[in-house]
Design a protein around this ligand. Structure first.
Ligand SMILES: N[C@@H](CCC(=O)N[C@@H](CS)C(=O)NCC(=O)O)C(=O)O
Length: 349
């Protein structure tokens, strides 16, 4: 009640244009998260490999693991991620309104989105590109054969503008079916209302698995855009830092061959480890300073690796070659930079 009254008072004073026009919550986003005891994280509600609820309703897959990464870094407990499934364009609105702290899904970092003061694009977890999926019965093997096609795509997505540019640059006609609801969009495509579904290649590969007969559909080889799929947060110095650096820890762990299975043994023998390993897993020096300044759990790096794993473990366990998604990481830009990819671990010093 006292808080409500002081908000009303502040709102009243606001008309005077004074410096009292501060947001209702005086603390930072991280203060709110710590008070709540959970980080609220948005994912796709049905994207095989990327995020699907298990039989207990708990989200599993590539993207929820980065929600858990944030919780492990902040609280030392990956279980303190409140992971919620939501539609694509609603996820950005929900971040801007402050009803969720972060989104880990197929949101492309673009200039105009990043310029929005209500969203911070923190780190790219998957380097993707836009493609096309067609029924094999269409007999098309390349996008150049799509003249006059009806294209199903997601409302509010980069997909729409990329399709517009691509068809227009080639002087090709097309019609768009712009459908926000994922189930309705897939029904329209699988039911033949659209000739082609366009989206990020990963989303297409995942959507294909939702068809009654996935083998009736194929991805065309064309890649028409760059889609850096990034974690989006409410703007906040500490939250952005926590997520960016926790992700760097996952990359470093992979680079240094540290996994969720061997991290405890390595910590137990830390004095005999290479300096880079000592720095990553030690609680003092850089890791301690970062924990203090970013408000993280004192053992944050070890907890991220122990509870979530390194980047490769997450990739292989969810979307890698042994999974139904069967993505060969080695042929994507999602390799470490030391192997020719775009994931370049930043120095933690
Ligand atoms: N990356 C595109 C969105 C691509 C897209 O529309 N993806 C949808 C439609 S296939 C999807 O289901 N993505 C999976 C997700 O949202 O996690 C953007 O940021 O605009």
């Amino acid at each position: 009640m006292a808080k409500f009254q002081s908000n009303v008072l502040a709102a009243g004073l606001c008309v005077l244009g004074s410096a009292l026009c501060a947001p209702a919550h005086a603390g930072t986003v991280m203060d709110e998260i710590r008070e709540r005891g959970q980080v609220v994280c948005l994912v796709n509600s049905n994207s095989p490999g990327f995020s699907v609820p298990d039989s207990n309703g708990v989200y599993q897959g590539f993207n929820p693991q980065f929600c858990r990464m944030a919780a492990a870094a902040i609280f030392g407990d990956a279980g303190k991620a409140d992971i919620r499934g939501i539609g694509f364009s609603d996820s950005m609105k929900t971040i801007v309104s402050g009803e969720a702290d972060m989104a880990s899904r197929s949101i492309t970092a673009t200039g105009t989105r990043d310029a929005d003061p209500g969203m911070a694009f923190v780190v790219t977890t998957f380097f993707d590109g836009q493609g096309f999926m067609v029924p094999k019965s269409l007999g098309i093997t390349a996008a150049s054969g799509l003249g006059g096609a009806t294209v199903c795509a997601e409302e509010g997505s980069t997909t729409l503008s990329n399709v517009a540019d691509w068809f227009s640059d080639r002087g090709m006609d097309y019609k768009i079916e712009n459908i926000a609801d994922k189930t309705a969009r897939l029904q329209a495509f699988f039911g033949g209302k659209c000739d082609v579904l366009s989206s990020d290649l990963t989303a297409l590969a995942s959507d294909r698995l939702l068809a009654e007969k996935p083998d009736d559909f194929m991805l065309l080889p064309d890649i028409i855009s760059n889609e850096p799929l990034a974690i989006v947060t409410r703007p906040d110095h500490q939250l952005e830092g926590a997520i960016f650096w926790a992700f760097q820890v996952m990359l470093w762990a992979e680079e240094l061959n540290i996994t969720s299975s061997n991290v405890d043994a390595i910590v137990a023998d830390l004095g005999n480890q290479p300096k880079a390993v000592q720095r990553l897993l030690g609680r003092d020096a850089a890791m301690g300073e970062m924990a203090a300044k970013l408000g993280l759990n004192e053992n944050w790096a070890v907890e991220v690796i122990r509870q979530v794993g390194n980047y490769d473990e997450v990739f292989q366990n969810t979307i890698g070659t042994a999974s139904p998604m069967a993505i060969d990481r080695a042929v994507t830009p999602n390799r470490l930079s030391s192997k020719g990819g775009l994931h370049y671990p930043y120095p933690i010093r």
